[in-house]
Design a protein around this ligand. Structure first.
Ligand code: ZN
Length: 276
């Protein structure tokens, strides 16, 4: 993998993001735990953290910390404990009042309004202050949706191409779709990468090839939508020049019980078990 400039916690303006091959091998010792779309599901988050304890040096989060799930304040507290470098997602913006839930479907809107009532004023401020992506963090880039638009979904190669061309680091991680996997660009060819572990396995690895751009989705920790109900996340192992894609089982019923007690919408409770 090409070395990349250290631009920790810096908003990714083009100038700030310029790639300099001379720099600092120190950052390539990082193993970065990449979390996205936790959606206020503390049980899933804690199961993931427990399974990969000791396997990472730093945590980043690609947004949508809250919305849908029953534990908004608890998830924010956990990410703060971890010192996670976090950008905002569309649900974070709505739940803290930066935006209204105008484009949301009725169940998403209902959950967002419930979350607004639950958030402490401190946590509302925390969400309001989250930066938008893209953000450069220790040699990788993170965005919530597309590189050019934090609210845009990237499902197809055609949608991925612009981001692959514009990215200033070889590895860019995105979320928002809740679908684990990604895309690569090498010698003018875009490939779709199917990177989800099989049901019998919890880990699938991608070897990072030279002269290749990657746009990778770690999957959703707290509300899977790709048919596998387990918590999804990734570890960017920069010294090992590989990315690990993980799926971890967690106590879905415990989360469903808390959602029912909070009177969150029934379709949101049901979808956790199907991963759809
Ligand atoms: Zn989301």
């Amino acid at each position: 993998m090409r070395p990349v400039k250290r631009t920790r916690c810096l908003r990714a303006s083009k100038a700030a993001f310029d790639y300099n091959p001379q720099l600092d091998n120190g950052l390539t010792t990082m193993r970065i735990l990449v979390l996205s779309d936790i959606h206020a599901n503390l049980t899933a988050l804690d199961a993931a953290l427990q399974r990969v304890q000791g396997r990472w040096d730093k945590v980043v989060c690609l947004g949508d910390l809250v919305g849908y799930g029953p534990d908004p304040n608890e998830v924010i507290a956990r990410l703060q404990e971890l010192g996670a470098v976090t950008i905002r997602g569309n649900h974070d913006k709505v739940c803290c009042g930066l935006e209204e839930p105008e484009g949301f479907n009725p169940v998403a809107r209902s959950a967002a309004l419930w979350t607004r009532e639950q958030l402490t004023s401190q946590n509302r401020e925390y969400l309001r202050d989250l930066p938008p992506g893209p953000l450069a963090v220790d040699g990788i880039s993170i965005v919530h949706g597309a590189l050019q638009d934090e609210d845009e979904y990237v499902f197809t190669s055609a949608q991925a191409l612009e981001g692959l061309l514009d990215a200033s680091t070889p590895l860019t991680f995105f979320g928002h779709t809740h679908v684990q996997g990604g895309f690569s660009l090498r010698a003018n060819r875009v490939d779709v990468l199917h990177l989800s572990p099989k049901p019998s396995q919890d880990l699938e690895s991608l070897t990072v090839e030279p002269a290749t751009q990657y746009l990778l989705n770690p999957g959703s920790v707290g509300q899977s939508r790709d048919g596998d109900a387990r918590a999804g996340f990734a570890i960017a192992d920069l010294p090992g020049q590989r990315v690990e894609f993980w799926r971890i089982s967690y106590d879905i019923e415990a989360v469903q019980r808390r959602m029912a007690a909070a009177e969150l919408p029934e379709p949101l409770i049901q979808r956790l078990a199907t991963g759809r």
